[in-house]
Design a protein around this ligand. Structure first.
Ligand SMILES: Nc1ncnc2c1ncn2[C@@H]1O[C@H](COP(=O)(O)OP(=O)(O)O)[C@@H](O)[C@H]1O
Ligand SMILES: [Mg+2]
Length: 446
């Protein structure tokens, strides 16, 4: 058997009971599972293994391949029912998920779903057939494959991400996402060549192992993170970290400022237009200083001088402020097709994992819901608001979330009952701020 390459070894070392391995083509998924993991379970632990493929043909291919690869340890085979017995007596069952009615599962120590992205009925076979076959031996499961849109494989991937990040509910789950280039046995020149030859979306999916869905909404399950208890801007609290995102009105008609608390709660939102630049900067600087926020602002093109002004103004305000807690700071974010993707994908993932709590502001919610992936004429994946709609709320929120990720989360031990130090802060003075943008009040009535 070949030695595992370092990415395969890392995956094996980090594995938990339920594992979701998302990789580019030719990463070595089948090599890791079909040889290493199967041998370890069947030969060393002497426990039965189920190996599942999405189609009959793929199942037969792997079966034939394993007959060759595992020859030294095979004691008996059944070519009619696709079973292999190995030394020690354990059986390896091969199942095609295309015919789930034929599956007669029995207790397994290990189940592998190869090319899980292609298994249209993955959820059904997992829930109804295979999950229970792991009970007796407290067996483990592997979902392995290349992404194929927003299907159940991706749902499990997100679950594993939560497990990896310490979510108690999914503590037995683990996920990885790795590109083809992690396999040292594939010449890197091939990977580079494929980038030139493939449409960008195909390359991102097949080689970079990204989940994409053309024409579909980027943000899933927005409704789950809408928090109707956030009625207005909230005061900063001692001990909390705040991050802010500013999308300047340059690209669209509105400037939007969003502030998130470290636990993902949206504590501030503002949107305004028709305002001279220095006033826009002034507002953003005040909000940043008020929350002591790490502010990410769009730095692309003419956003660059605005960032400088914002930074300077924050320093000035902070110098004057007597508030000892404020640690406001401004950083820039340059939008390219790729960097915007990273920004939006991070926000989308955090929404799906319910790491954020969004205030119920109709303009904002509808922007998020209509935001979509599109394929440009040149074949690039672009993410945008549909024509006629804005995306400044989405960008501002995602920038704030970028800062939030960067800062991390603080956990407060107890609700703070000590005298409120923050009441001594200079309140955010609205009176001399240039006209705060108010939408028609009806918009707030849901
Ligand atoms: N640890 C390894 N050592 C040597 N070659 C490997 C190793 N892992 C994978 N390969 C080779 O890389 C190629 C892709 O592996 P495979 O397991 O079929 O990838 P995938 O299932 O991810 O598409 C195959 O030619 C395989 O022999
Ligand atoms: Mg494979």
């Amino acid at each position: 058997m070949p030695r595992l390459h370092s990415a395969q070894q890392l995956v094996k070392d980090q594995a938990k009971r339920f594992n979701v391995l998302v990789c580019g083509r030719r990463w070595g998924k089948t090599t890791l599972t079909a040889r290493d993991l199967v041998v370890e379970c069947a030969v060393i632990k002497r426990q039965p293994v189920a190996y599942c493929e999405p189609s009959y043909k793929m199942m037969v291919d792997v079966f034939e391949d394993m007959l060759v690869q595992l020859a030294p340890v095979i004691t008996r085979t059944n070519r009619e029912h696709y079973k292999i017995w190995v030394v020690g007596g354990a059986v390896i069952d091969f199942w095609s998920l295309a015919n789930p009615d034929k599956i007669r599962g029995h207790p397994y120590g290990l189940i592998i779903f190869d090319e899980a992205g292609f298994c249209a009925n993955l959820q059904e076979v997992w829930d109804n057939i295979f999950r229970a076959t792991l009970f007796d031996l407290v067996g483990s499961a592997w979902f392995v494959g290349t992404p194929k849109g927003y299907n159940y494989f991706r749902t499990l991937f997100v679950r594993g991400c939560s497990g990896r990040d310490g979510d108690e509910r999914y503590k037995d789950w683990m996920s990885w996402q790795m590109p083809t280039s992690a396999n040292p046995h594939i010449p890197i020149s091939e990977v580079h060549a494929s980038k030139l030859e493939m449409p960008e979306d195909a390359y991102l999916q097949e080689v970079e192992a990204q989940f994409l869905e053309d024409g579909a909404g980027v943000f899933k399950h927005i409704d789950r993170i809408i928090d109707n208890t956030i009625l207005d801007d909230e005061e900063p609290q001692q001990g909390r970290l705040y991050s802010m995102g500013v999308d300047w009105a340059r690209y669209s008609d509105f400037t939007v400022i969003t502030v998130l608390r470290d636990d993902g709660r949206q504590v501030y939102w503002d949107r305004y237009n028709n305002m001279p630049w220095e006033q826009q900067v002034e507002r953003a600087a005040r909000v940043a200083v008020y929350y002591g926020a790490l502010a990410y602002a769009d730095q692309t093109g003419s956003g660059d001088p605005l960032l400088d002004q914002l930074r300077n103004r924050i320093y000035e305000l902070q110098g004057k402020s007597k508030n000892p807690y404020s640690g406001a700071e401004a950083l820039g974010y340059v939008f390219t097709n790729q960097s915007k993707r990273a920004l939006i994908d991070a926000c989308s993932l955090d929404i799906e994992r319910e790491k954020l709590k969004m205030r119920n502001i109709p303009t904002q919610i509808s922007e998020f819901k209509s935001y979509a992936y599109e394929t440009s004429a040149s074949g690039n994946i672009i993410m945008n608001a549909p024509s006629g709609m804005h995306d400044d709320c989405v960008c501002s929120f995602s920038l704030a979330n970028w800062g939030r990720r960067r800062q991390g989360e603080v956990s407060l031990p107890e609700p703070d009952t000590s005298p409120n130090v923050w009441s001594q802060r200079v309140p955010l003075d609205e009176t001399d701020m240039p006209g705060r943008y108010i939408e028609s009040p009806d918009e707030y009535l849901l």
